[in-house]
Design a protein around this ligand. Sequence first.
Ligand code: KG4
Ligand code: ZN
Length: 340
Amino acid sequence: MASQKIYILGIESSCDDTAASVICNGQILSNVVANQKIHEAYGGVVPELASRAHQQNIVPVVHQALEKAGITKDDLHAIAFTKGPGLMGSLLVGTSFAKSLAYGLNIPLIDVNHMQAHILAHFIEEDGFEKPPFPFLAMTISGGHTQIVKVSNYFEMDVIGETIDDAVGEAYDKSGKILGLGYPAGPEIDKRAQLGNPKAFQFTKPKVAGLNFSFSGLKTAILYFVQREVNNNPDFIQENLNDICASIQYTIIGILIDKLKLASKQTGIKHIAIGGGVSANSGIRKALKDGEHKFGWKTYVPKFEFTTDNAAMIAIVGYLKYLEGDFAEFNVTASARLKI
Ligand code: KG4
Ligand code: ZN
């Protein structure tokens, strides 16, 4: 098998990105993502519109992924797709398409857990990116997820902490909405945070026991704070925007790092990997690097295109499961609340 080339197509459609990727023995040959711009106008993902856009995009995106990889569908050995978690209408598009294609080609179908995929994206072969050794801690931070996972092996994962309400990306996006910024607001808050004073305004960190997170209280605290200040000075936001962003970012990063420190202490694991759209954040990246000096951590951040929602991460899980012969039945169904 070592010299044989195994081609797997990965399909991701759990939220608002329609994505397809071809992997050959751990190496990504193509990684195509169609972002759905339509949601920007609504300040968040509208599930019904997302499903329709997936239906529109799925065939062209898969076609492009095959073309970029320089193969045809007849070269494929298996089709991997996101089974969940995610928006049901969105998942159904990818699941049904993957089934039909695998059935038509008479090749195996492989179901993939989106959250496992965010973590296993670290195992894509990529120059200059080191793979974390087992066991390691993975923190997935995005608009839909906030979890700390103990990863003992490719498919042996335990969620040891997660948000009890909003995801960290939502905290960014909802704070941005309060400040009148566009959606998603994470990148702009990050940019402005680097120009502001992180200690200008204080927001209390939520008190959540153990390794779980909560971000909804922070959003409310920011809302009340802004309303109060704007009452006194209608130009408060414009005059202090960078400082407000820096203070919000400082608070959020503090929450994430506190929990990572606790997780590392409780498990004795110092290898820490992150994934999800928020791992692009300059503050979290710096805090992780600081953790290498301060706490003896070794940290891992995958290539950016593999951290946000993408199909390369689905394809790598497909490849790992293919090697195990772990295939799905053709009556498999999407699962909106699929757990790790
Ligand atoms: O992984 P992703 O592309 O999609 C999912 O939510 O699954 O993550 C998108 C989230 C959004 O909430 C966005 O505001 C946030 O990631 N984000 C950031 C940054 N870049 C993206 N948050 C903070 N700082 C950033 N630089
Ligand atoms: Zn995701």
